[in-house]
Design a binder for this molecule. Structure first.
Ligand code: NAD
Length: 460
């Protein structure tokens, strides 16, 4: 058995998943090289800068710098690697199926540099069932150094959440390894031994949680592993949409969704997590992965009505936000609306499929003047949302000053901790649409609309 230092790792695609994987494996003692076609990212990483916001990751990147290299040259990474992770994006296409172009390009580039010895190619990107076999064929077709049975494809889906990526990578609930070849599973078991046995020294920025022991190792066929990832995300999306559907009914019958979800979550079969009613899910995964599953079903003539309903409910939640605002301000033309939170969730600057995007677009289409605040995502929005019209505020106070209404779109801790009596005092009109139910102590005056809860009205 080799020492961990002897295993060499290449990570292709250094986005949220690839970067986290590379840094985590380097922190466990492996030599890791990250490959990306985006030169800007590679340059930043070489300078020890993180191109994304992810708590703790920059500290670990710097601490593990001597075991990490970054390149855009496959030839400098693949030949020497024992394990090659493919972590490129799989964004949705019109119609819902994921775009596998980046996976194909990555697999072909990897193939050209395989070394003819046993190498394990790991699909960490979320890909439809059957992609592992397809990647295997691509490797075979494009390998210049082809030796039958010398490389093995393994599916190792990623379950990390942005915002807690480091914690999720070091202390996962389970590690899923899917392969139809035992050598692939054996190599991956070896790679993940420090995680599976929890023998590493936890970094200061991600201490081992109290009570955490070891993750479950789940070994399956290639296709089951691919399905596990989609099914897990679809179930979580479904759970959120379920909470949102019940929240709407709570508003009709004057019940409180916070009390209801608190009450049902104690049932161990249900649990409290992913039952937060609000503006609905966003991010790069839930929408894309539910649509991908439905699209796969469509290829087999198999309808997936539960998932279709989950998506519909999610879209309805986004409309609900501005609808709630319109109940109090029927004419938005010329009104000043503050938006607190752009990222799809706290502790990330990821704007992909963020509910705030659709709300800002609708508000400006209705003639409102929008001023936004986000603790970390303003710079990302400048790059990615240049098609939207809004002003930036550098503080919550600045965003709220003179506003006719404020929408809370992301449950950043600083918004949860706001003293709303003070915050509202700077507004022209004290109206809050709290789409994340962050306000637990209602302000003394003003109107607060939440999701699935009775509104508090001005002077009530
Ligand atoms: P991302 O868009 O942040 O990063 C993808 C990276 O791949 C980019 O840096 C891009 O430049 C690079 N890339 C594209 N083509 C390349 C090529 N041919 N060679 C080298 N690099 C290339 O994506 P992400 O959010 O990290 O997601 C990656 C995969 O992981 C997706 O399939 C996603 O569904 C899945 N996933 C994401 C998350 C998450 O929270 N973001 C969680 C679990 C799984």
């Amino acid at each position: 058995m080799r020492s961990t230092e002897a295993l060499k790792v290449a990570v292709v695609g250094t986005g949220y998943v690839g970067m986290g994987t590379a840094v985590m494996l380097a922190s466990l003692g492996y030599d890791v090289v990250g490959v990306d076609i985006d030169e800007r990212k590679v340059e930043m990483l070489r300078r020890g800068e993180l191109p994304i916001y992810e708590p703790g990751l920059e500290d670990l990147l710097r601490a593990s710098a001597e075991r990490l290299r970054w390149t855009s040259d496959y030839a400098a990474a693949i030949p020497e690697a024992d394990v090659i992770f493919i972590c490129v994006g799989t964004p949705p296409m019109a119609g819902g199926a994921p775009n596998l172009q980046y996976v194909a390009e990555a697999a072909q580039s990897v193939a050209r540099h395989l070394n003819g010895k046993l190498q394990v190619v790991v699909n960490k990107s979320t890909v439809p069932v059957g992609t592992g076999d397809w990647v295997s064929r691509l490797l075979e077709e494009h390998a210049e150094n082809y030796h039958a049975n010398r490389y093995v494809v393994v599916s190792n889906p990623e379950f990390l959440r942005e915002g807690t990526a480091l914690h999720d990578s070091l202390y996962p609930d389970r590690i899923v390894l899917g392969s139809d070849r035992p050598q692939g599973i054996a190599r991956m078991r070896e790679l993940y031994a420090p995680l599976l046995d929890q023998t590493f020294t936890p970094p200061a920025c991600a201490p081992r949680p109290e009570g955490y022991t070891v993750p479950e190792l789940v070994t399956t066929s290639l296709s089951s592993a691919e399905m596990i990832k989609y099914a897990a995300n679809a179930f979580l999306a479904l759970k959120i949409s379920f909470a949102n559907e019940i929240a709407g009914l709570c508003e009709c019958v004057n019940a409180d969704i916070l009390e209801v979800t608190y009450g049902i979550g104690f049932d161990r079969r249900i649990g409290h997590r992913f039952l937060a009613a609000g503006a609905g899910w966003g991010g790069s995964c839930f929408g894309k992965d539910t649509s991908a599953l439905i699209s796969t079903g469509g290829e087999y003539g198999y309808a997936m009505p539960i998932l279709e309903a989950a998506i519909q409910i999610n879209q309805r939640q986004r409309h609900l936000v501005v609808n709630k605002l319109q109940r109090h301000l029927p004419r938005l033309q010329g009104k000043r609306v503050a938006v607190l939170g752009l990222a799809f969730k706290p502790n990330t600057d990821d704007l992909r499929d963020a509910p705030a995007h659709d709300c800002i677009a609708r508000l400006t289409a209705l003639g409102a003047k929008v001023r936004v605040h986000d603790p970390v995502a303003l710079a990302a929005a400048r790059r990615e949302w240049s098609h939207l019209k809004y002003d930036e505020a550098q503080s919550v106070e600045e965003a709220l000053r003179g506003a006719d209404a404020v929408l809370v779109m992301t449950e950043w801790p600083e918004y949860c901790a706001l003293d709303w009596d003070v915050a509202l005092s700077g507004m022209r009109n004290a109206l809050v649409i709290d789409t994340r139910n962050v306000i637990r102590t209602r302000p003394r005056y003003g109107t607060v609309e939440q999701i699935g809860r009775r509104p508090t009205l001005m002077g009530a």
